[in-house]
Ligand binder design. Sequence first.
Ligand SMILES: Cc1cc2nc3c(=O)[nH]c(=O)nc-3n(C[C@H](O)[C@H](O)[C@H](O)COP(=O)(O)OP(=O)(O)OC[C@H]3O[C@@H](n4cnc5c(N)ncnc54)[C@H](O)[C@@H]3O)c2cc1C
Length: 311
Amino acid sequence: MATAHARHASPLERLLLSESFDGEALVKEPMARHTSYRIGGPADLFVRADSLSAARQVMEACAEAGAPCMAVGRGTNLLVSDEGFSGVILTLGRDFKRMSTDLATGRITAGGAVLLSAVVQEAMRQELSGLEFAVGTPGTVGGAVRMNAGSREEWMGSVVSSVVLITADAGIRRIGARQISWEYRRTSIPADAVIAECEISMKESDPFFIRGRMEANMARRKKNQPLGLPSCGSVFKNPEGASAAKLIDDLGLKGRTIGGAQVSEVHANFIVNTGGAKASDVVGLMELVRSEVEKAYGITLEPEVRLLGFS
Ligand SMILES: Cc1cc2nc3c(=O)[nH]c(=O)nc-3n(C[C@H](O)[C@H](O)[C@H](O)COP(=O)(O)OP(=O)(O)OC[C@H]3O[C@@H](n4cnc5c(N)ncnc54)[C@H](O)[C@@H]3O)c2cc1C
């Protein structure tokens, strides 16, 4: 039930305040509590929907009210502005945390709020291969599908067979993965759609092969990534035919600091929060890196991190 109070409530507020709303709403919730960066000002409303119908109700009420509504998973690829987000942050709760496996078809069906790491573990337990690339990628299934998360060579689009989407206008529908275009950290899934569920198709394989690939990927991560400090993973996409990290490293930008934000000493495409960093520190450093890379190579780096609440 909502903690919002209003004498003359809008349809959205009435929905969130009603006893029958299947979820919870928090007013002026600091987004720093919901991002891996531990950065971000308040969201006007932070809503957890525990069922498909609750999520749909929230989206419809937002559309009616003209309020921006943004689905968020674990916030591991998000930089939220210090001013916060004027609108509704929608997160998925109870019914979206379910997962089942059909061994006959090699399919795992996971709700949008299931952690990707839980799906990876389930695949390993069931001796199913295809998701080894995702070991160590934080966040939810919904976030991973939206971002087409993965490496340069392998990504979610290559293992997803269908997704269930919710939109305010078309309601709830399942669409096949072939109807979606999967690009490097981008998909054609409509920006206003919430990913409620995802079916992942894998192949039976030798457990030693699966474990071996996972361990190798994890070891590479531990060696190359600053996992001890808050970050959002890679800040910039790799430009065509080049590595963003190498371009930044070659310019000697590792260790460059603005406020509490630092270009990681370990991985040049990570900007870490060394303590008390503001979103404006991270953005300042992103601008500095972009401009240095542009000056030196004529390449404009495109952010991989999603920016929220910036005008
Ligand atoms: C240490 C570290 C390592 C990382 N390594 C990798 C890596 O190897 N490969 C990689 O690709 N990424 C990596 N990332 C980035 C991040 O983990 C992935 O992009 C992840 O898939 C994001 O999931 P999330 O639930 O945290 O999404 P969020 O950060 O919450 O959201 C990301 C985007 O997805 C949207 N979204 C989230 N949930 C939904 C939903 N249910 N429906 C619709 N839209 C939704 C949000 O609106 C936002 O646009 C890393 C991050 C960190 C911190």
